[in-house]
Design a protein. Structure first.
Length: 358
């Protein structure tokens, strides 16, 4: 048998927090694309990437529960701990999939670095906070999506893990202003807000836009449409294809990201997608997004829960075409120069190589 002279590629074993087939259904179409793009770039940079999906019921007794429990998956964890040869990196999306690996790695002499991308800090869930207290001291690296999360971990947890900010990313090739020479551009006749997670403050946005001569479209399943109370409001809860979702961004006059204050980077995916689309945005000043928000440059910002300030900012953008254009162009440029898939994959790759054992 002829042996290859090419060096073995380092292996990254990726543990999604949900079965990948269920992620779009659970989180909305806006979450479908980005992770795969980074994986493809990591493979271009010389890594061999393997997904290790969660088990279905009954092999995973918690498979049909919330992702914080479903991702624990005891059989998956045991198979990884017994796996040989060991992967060079175990990459966990969110913290739960790392729980059993972190707890039992000494028992199995498991020395592959365990890395977590994004963590659910700052919430009120006692169960999640318990998991974090067990996991953070025992993993090798944590890459939150915001600098405030980095400071929180370093301040409140004793850990030897490398804790560094690696920003979120966006597919700037797919999410881009569309060429309307190919088809007529329809009227920009609505304000758009997107997202299903608990960071969204849709109540303030709905009240802030009441009485304005423009539609408000919410792409979410968290709000029920009520034409009697809010005739200007339309809610889209159905799943959209990627091109449909991009078109929804593209035709919006402006995008609003109304947020509750959170330590985690709530809203970051949709915020970056709208930036890449070159849309003017208004965002609440949640501390979780401070690494991405440049007030007056790539967006306008308003205090969280301030209905009057939000309404004033909306009216200002609706009446100023030049400002909308400038903010949108600046946002697009910022996404391309700081947050592209290629840039973030390169940053992850550099850290993975540092963490790999010689």
């Amino acid at each position: 048998m002829i042996k290859s002279n090419q060096p073995k590629k380092p292996t990254i074993l990726v543990l999604p927090s949900n079965r990948r087939g269920k992620v779009p259904e659970m989180l909305g179409v806006e979450f479908e694309r980005g992770g795969q793009g980074v994986i493809i770039e990591l493979e271009k940079l010389g890594f061999a990437v393997e997904f290790f999906d969660g088990n279905t019921w009954p092999w995973n007794p918690m498979a049909n529960m919330a992702s914080i429990l479903a991702a624990i998956d005891p059989i998956r964890a045991l198979r990884i701990l017994l796996r040989w040869p060991r992967p060079d990196i175990v990459l966990c999306y969110f913290e739960s999939s790392a729980l059993l690996l972190a707890l039992f790695k000494p028992l199995f002499f498991f020395r592959s670095p365990i890395v977590i991308i994004d963590v659910g800090l700052g919430g009120k869930s006692r169960l999640r906070n318990l998991f974090l207290r067990l996991i953070i001291p025992r993993v090798d690296a944590i890459f939150p999506l915001g600098s405030e999360q980095v400071r929180h971990i370093r301040t409140h947890y004793k850990t030897r893990a490398h804790v560094e900010l690696i920003p979120a990313h966006v597919d700037t090739e797919f999410y881009a202003p569309q060429n309307h020479d190919q088809y007529p551009k329809r009227d920009d006749d609505y304000i758009l807000a997107v997202g299903d997670d608990i960071s969204r403050d849709y109540e303030t946005l709905i009240k802030a836009t009441a009485g304005l001569d423009i539609r408000l479209i919410l792409k979410t399943r968290r709000v029920a449409e009520n034409k009697e109370l809010y005739p200007h409001l339309s809610v889209m809860g159905r799943r959209l294809s990627d091109p449909e979702f991009r078109d929804l961004y593209d035709r919006a006059k402006l995008v609003v990201m109304p947020l509750h204050p959170t330590l985690w980077a709530g809203g970051v995916t949709a915020f970056l997608e709208a930036m890449a689309m070159g849309k003017a945005q208004i965002v609440s000043t949640s501390v979780g997004l401070i690494d991405y928000v440049r007030p007056g440059e790539n967006c306008l910002s308003v205090p969280c829960h301030d209905m009057n300030a939000l309404r004033e900012a909306i009216v200002r953008l609706l009446s100023d075409d030049a400002l909308r254009r400038r903010l949108g162009e600046s946002a697009r440029h910022y996404a391309q120069t700081h947050l592209s898939i290629e840039q973030i994959a390169g940053e992850r790759a550099r850290w993975f190589r540092k963490l790999m054992r010689p």
